[in-house]
Write a protein of this length. Structure first.
Length: 234
């Protein structure tokens, strides 16, 4: 069975994916458009190796920021894995709704590349009070700074500043403006928080309007452990 854990950034998707994968003896597939890049770690809140708890994870760290990658490539690679592990439980985790639609649905990019496959999946979307989510996002950005986001961004600024992927990666372009002398560090950090909050709002909107078969869970009312157990029973 395929399970997709989705929702806005900072809501707890990664933690739930690990809990669910352990409950279901599943493999995990990434569905975050920025976590496919090898060089983007702290700023994308990518799962750390020790956090994987020995569970196989796929579609993380598969391309360089200098490589071309898009929803079509994600669809191709993701469907290869869905077919390969069709005899196992699979947990898809991430907040890039377009990638999820491309992966699971009859989503065609052109007549030449049309792929009529459809996959049966249970889609779980995490939500919570907007103010609480935004507060958590702000805290997480501060934690990223403590963990070395500035240093990670500075290394990319020196070697890969013009990589196309960095135009879309929140946390890096804002710091580049600081490195260029066009902003203060405090201003750049506040812009990262603001951009992340806006992105979370867009994610809410996308999942609310683009998917009809979602089961919603409010993490302010039920714990991630309880959610994992409920999904296993369902």
């Amino acid at each position: 069975m395929i399970y997709a854990v989705v929702g806005p950034t900072g809501v707890g998707k990664t933690k739930l994916s690990i809990m669910l994968a352990k409950e279901l003896d599943a493999v995990v597939l990434n569905c975050d458009s920025m976590q496919v890049y090898k060089e983007l770690n702290i700023g994308t809140a990518k799962i750390k190796e020790e956090e994987k708890e020995g569970i196989p994870h796929y579609l993380f760290d598969i391309v360089s920021i200098n490589d071309e990658f898009n929803a079509f490539e994600y669809q191709r690679l993701g469907r290869e894995l869905l077919d390969k592990y069709s005899d196992k439980n699979i947990v898809i985790v991430g907040g890039t709704g377009l990638y999820l639609k491309a992966l699971l649905y009859d989503y065609n990019f052109s007549d030449e590349t049309s792929n009529k496959k459809l996959y049966n999946a249970k889609i779980i979307c995490l939500t919570r009070d907007r103010d609480a989510l935004y507060e958590n996002i702000n805290r997480r950005v501060d934690q990223m700074i403590e963990e070395g986001l500035i240093e990670e961004a500075k290394a990319l600024y020196g070697t890969n500043k013009d990589a196309r992927a960095l135009n879309f990666a929140i946390g890096y372009k804002e710091l580049f403006a600081y490195f260029d002398g066009n902003d203060t560090l405090e201003g750049a950090i506040e812009k990262i928080k603001q951009a992340t909050r806006r992105y979370a709002k867009r994610q809410f909107t996308f999942f609310k309007h683009q998917f009809d078969d979602i089961k919603w869970y409010d993490i302010d009312k039920v714990s991630l452990k309880e959610i994992a157990q409920d999904i296993k029973k369902d």
